[in-house]
Ligand binder design. Structure first.
Ligand code: PMP
Length: 436
């Protein structure tokens, strides 16, 4: 595995390695979020010095095309002029306030104009807070305790959501992490992604007890797994029939696969939606929103408490407004689709030419290359992918200055800053790497 100071094509990472050594003494694993430690590919992480447009620049002076984009938010590219201007001057030096601001209403209006299912919204500081709060709303509104999530679905790190799923069979949740008491996940039920029958079974097993089904409308925390035809539709029907809420976790897909998120693409109206990432333009943000009658349970108009010192932060609101204004300009999503298709076709051809079986799965500007024999439709299948082959691919691509997510189970993101030349460069790198 190429995790040495110098990779195959002469990429020097010595300063990164030195910084990582120091960081490991101070931060658990040297990082503030586990995937950043590169455990999924072996070896040490690259320390980034700065980023601009489509590029990341590391502390050793290497430049990379960025296909991670801070795990999704930087859809316009890094340092986008109007976003930087908004966050620095638009907020008029108010880093945090104790009172409401017009910017919160403005960003709320923008989200609602793009995502009609959202009739009221509450801003928080992360995707984790958004999903945690949306589920509290669902429990408050329905008066029920149980929730359903899907295996391989990630909704942040709240206790009740850190549950490893059983394979294909609905199971009582068992905590996935030490420190999460079994009592915290006792009401979390799991089903295999894309298996709506398993969800219907859960409703039969627990009649009148399930408050909500929470789902990533594109599963993008186990690589990239599109919803099977009819899967999301069935979730909508079953939840409606059973008096439970349907929560779309669009933290990743919101404003990514369409202005109106995945719900626009599939024409399904969830009861609640969670956002994060893009709506803060790269600054810490999250939000949950949905039907007005449901959102009215939230304090201070309702009895469900949820709060935050930094919620609706002026810098994050300003960056979010500038980002969404840019994304609303005509043609942006068609352009992202064009770029996505270009990459998909190029990578497929490279696979074919190299005689390698792998699965390129893509929706719009999100994609993943599984080193697997057949298309991946759920977590059980995703886990069968060849992670050591992926690790080799990752390091070989890095050596060619292409920065991919350091895990087989994370999605790649395309930004508007990637031009045709850069995409061509990427396809050539993939072809070189696969030819070996
Ligand atoms: N939901 C989804 C679908 C996510 O992808 C993530 C994070 N990648 C989260 C929730 C949690 O968001 P955060 O990391 O901002 O807490």
């Amino acid at each position: 595995m190429l995790d040495q100071n110098t990779t195959g094509s002469g990429l020097s990472l010595s300063r990164s390695h030195k910084l990582f050594e120091e960081a490991q003494n101070l931060l658990p694993g040297g990082v503030n979020s586990p995937v950043r430690a590169f455990k999924g590919v072996g070896g040490n992480p690259v320390f980034i010095d700065h980023a601009q447009g489509a590029y990341l620049y590391d502390v050793d002076g290497n430049r990379y095309l960025d296909y991670v984009q801070s795990w999704g938010p930087m859809i316009l590219g890094h340092g986008y002029t109007s976003v930087v201007a908004a966050a620095t001057s638009g907020s008029r030096s108010c880093f945090s306030l104790d009172s409401p601001t017009q910017a919160e209403t403005e960003l709320g209006k923008l989200v609602m104009a793009c995502v009609p299912s959202v009739e009221m919204i509450r801003f928080v500081n992360s995707g984790t807070e958004a999903t945690m709060s949306a589920l509290r709303v669902a429990r408050a509104y329905t008066g029920r305790k149980k929730i359903v999530k899907f295996s391989g679905g990630y909704h942040g790190h709240a206790d009740m959501l850190l549950v490893q799923a059983g394979s294909g069979v609905a199971t009582m949740g068992l905590p996935d992490s030490l420190g999460v008491p079994a009592e915290a996940t006792v009401h979390t039920l799991t089903a295999e992604y894309n298996e709506s029958v398993a969800v219907a079974d859960l409703f039969r097993m627990y009649p009148g007890e399930i408050a909500a089904v929470i789902v990533e409308p594109i599963a993008a925390n186990m690589g990239l797994v599109p919803p099977a035809a009819g899967f999301l539709e069935t979730l909508r029907e079953v939840t409606q029939r059973e008096g439970a809420l349907l929560i779309f976790d669009e933290v990743m897909t919101g404003f990514r696969v369409a202005l109106g998120g995945m719900q626009e693409r599939v024409g399904i109206t969830p009861d609640l939606t969670c956002f994060g990432k893009i709506i803060g333009g790269g600054l810490p943000v999250g939000a949950y929103g949905g039907r007005r009658d449901i959102m009215q349970v939230v304090a201070p108009i309702g009895p469900m408490y949820q709060a935050g010192t930094l919620s609706g932060n002026p810098l994050a609101m300003a960056a979010g407004i500038a980002t969404l204004q840019e994304l609303r300009k005509p043609g942006q999503y068609a352009e992202l689709e064009r770029k996505g298709l270009f990459l998909e076709e190029g990578i497929r051809k490279a696979l074919h030419d190299a005689g390698i079986t792998a699965q390129l799965q893509r929706i719009g500007s999100m994609f993943c290359l599984y080193f697997a024999e057949a298309p991946v439709t759920n977590y059980t299948e995703a886990k069968r992918a060849d992670t050591s082959r992926f690790a080799r691919y990752f390091w070989d691509m890095l050596a060619r200055h292409i920065y991919l997510p350091p895990s087989q189970f994370e999605a790649c993101f395309i930004s508007l800053a990637l031009d045709d030349g850069m995409l061509g460069e990427t396809v050539k790198a993939v072809a070189d790497v696969l030819r070996g």
